[in-house]
Design a protein. Structure first.
Length: 227
């Protein structure tokens, strides 16, 4: 049953979302430590008491922001890749401001050196691992390693956005910069840098290094020669 507009419960939910959205914007711009509860409540247009009522503390609010950012980005990815909205010329422009804001937020959140940052990275790896195992199960035999490296690579691009932007001559957090970066990523992921024969030989070499007694360059056992 639809609630009337003046229903207190609906107002509470709306206020909660305003607080969360204000926190994401401020955390993205200033970082967690550089943002106060008063800053958040002023931007959200609510009282500090209402923030404490909904979240209890700034740290708990940050946890909800982390979860929301990952969930929203994952949902956009699903819409683009699984629901075919990448072919809709109006979709990407409509979600681009959200993508950029959440990328800024995640970048800041990952670099603050806190246990929460470690937890956020681990959550990103777990979500990526689940995605790969469900939608691209044949791409690797080690889902965890693939996911961890992929998240690290993508996060590294955002963490070094100043350098990447300087190299491109355009801020990657603007529409033009983001689209140029996204185009490069599309090229990167759609073309293999290694041919199948080289990749197979590389895997064989790595497998031999993981063996209990890996061969030496001469094929002899160093221990047997008193090395």
């Amino acid at each position: 049953m639809k609630r009337p507009v003046g229903d207190p419960t609906l107002e509470d939910l709306t206020a909660r979302a305003r607080i969360r959205d204000a926190a994401i914007r401020l955390f993205a711009e200033r970082g967690i430590d550089g943002t106060t509860v008063r800053d958040i409540t002023q931007l959200a247009g609510v009282s500090p008491g209402l923030l404490r009522h909904h979240f209890g503390s700034k740290e708990a609010l940050r946890e909800e922001c982390d979860a929301y950012a990952l969930d929203r980005l994952m949902r956009i990815k699903e819409e683009l890749l699984l629901e075919g909205k990448v072919a809709n010329p109006a979709f990407l422009p409509s979600v681009h401001p959200t993508i950029v804001l959440l990328y800024k937020y995640v970048t800041r959140a990952l670099l603050d050196g806190s246990p929460a940052a470690a937890g956020l990275f681990d959550d990103m790896v777990t979500l990526t691992e689940q995605w790969i195992s469900k939608y691209a199960p044949d791409i690797t035999e080690d889902y965890r390693a693939y996911a961890a490296v992929l998240v690290g690579m993508q996060s590294g691009i955002l963490a070094m956005h100043d350098h990447v932007s300087r190299a491109l001559g355009v801020d990657v957090f603007t529409a033009d910069g983001y689209l140029r970066m996204a185009g490069a990523l599309a090229d990167f992921y759609s073309h293999s840098l290694l041919d199948a024969e080289f990749a197979a030989k590389a895997r064989e070499a790595m497998a031999s290094l993981r063996a209990p007694n890996p061969p030496t360059a001469t094929g002899t056992d160093p221990a047997a020669e008193g090395a």
